[in-house]
Ligand binder design. Sequence first.
Ligand code: LLP
Length: 384
Amino acid sequence: MKGIFPIDKFKQLQTPFYYYNTELLRETLALVRQEADKYNYHIHYAVKANANHKILTIIRENGLGADCVSGGEIKACLEAGFPAGKIVYAGVGKADWEINLGLDNNIFCFNVESAAELEVINELAGIKGKIAPIALRINPEVDAHTHAYITTGLKENKFGINLSQMNGIIDRFDTLKNVKLIGLHFHIGSQITDLTSFQALCSRVNEIQESMYRRQIIIPNLNFGGGLGIDYHHPNRQPIPDFKEYFAIFHKHVKLRPIQQVHFEPGRSIVGQCGSLITKVLYVKEGSYKKFAILDAGFTELIRPAFYQAYHKIENITSDGEIEKYDVVGPICESSDCFGKEIDLNKVHRGDLIALRSAGAYGEIMASRYNCRELPKAYYSDTL
Ligand code: LLP
């Protein structure tokens, strides 16, 4: 598997850095398009997973729209050439300037998370003499069976409008003249590998649709969010997630009314496997009962292991030595700066290159400057 990296080229570069396999990204995008096009589904890439300009540009070239959660992300997408008409904007705390940015650019839709926010968007749109397109983000109370920090569709989460309040908020559209209800939005969580959770979401949406239908309301757009997981343990086994099965679940289980359009917001499943964090071993420290491989990357470059106890496969890509066990740690002055304990690696020497795999999503974008470190650079397979 070491063959997947251009190691001679890596040796000339300063570590740590992100390396993106743009061929894999393009193949992933081709497949997601092919499978979504079967059903005429609309895909808005969840920019929060990775807002690197080149990655965004490749995604836009492949015809996807964008799902943004901040004014900064909207700007990054416009700079990468995404048409505003394919941008959806979600988030529990939209500031006035961010709402105005969306209004000025005529984005496709604001995904609204509370009655208070709806009032503010109505007011700001009124000042501009515009009518803001709105999707209500409904909390569907469906368990995604994933890590608690990335579960969003439960009653206790801060996201979305409670089911019990939905009808009351829909009634508000009769009096608010500068907003128009065009969609319902759902997102149950991230890194979901048990696809029955999506089936449960479909059933819940059908129930909601039934109750609306009884009130003679048909809402033209349904957005099922993101959340499809990737295989962190075997990044090479099936590097492109099973979009075929994923979309087939919605096609089979959601009851659509004739005019309805379906939207998705995948992030991790698009970019996760195409990125690796490449880092160098600074020292091998032999403790009294364990060995530490000390890297020049830490949680400043990849925070997921420290933040969510997330697993990333770690490979020594420049050694063929015997397998030994190491605690793989970074240089940051915090005990949580650890990428993995008791990890099997080919014998590690100072200067070896280590790859942390499946780091294309929520990797580079979550990097920080803690300890006054530089933000990591990025390189791409098609230009290296
Ligand atoms: N739509 C909404 C409304 C979301 O909140 C998210 C992710 C997505 C779409 C994209 O979900 P995806 O397809 O990437 O699962 N930093 C965490 C993940 C946080 C996900 C937040 N929301 C991590 O590193 O695992």
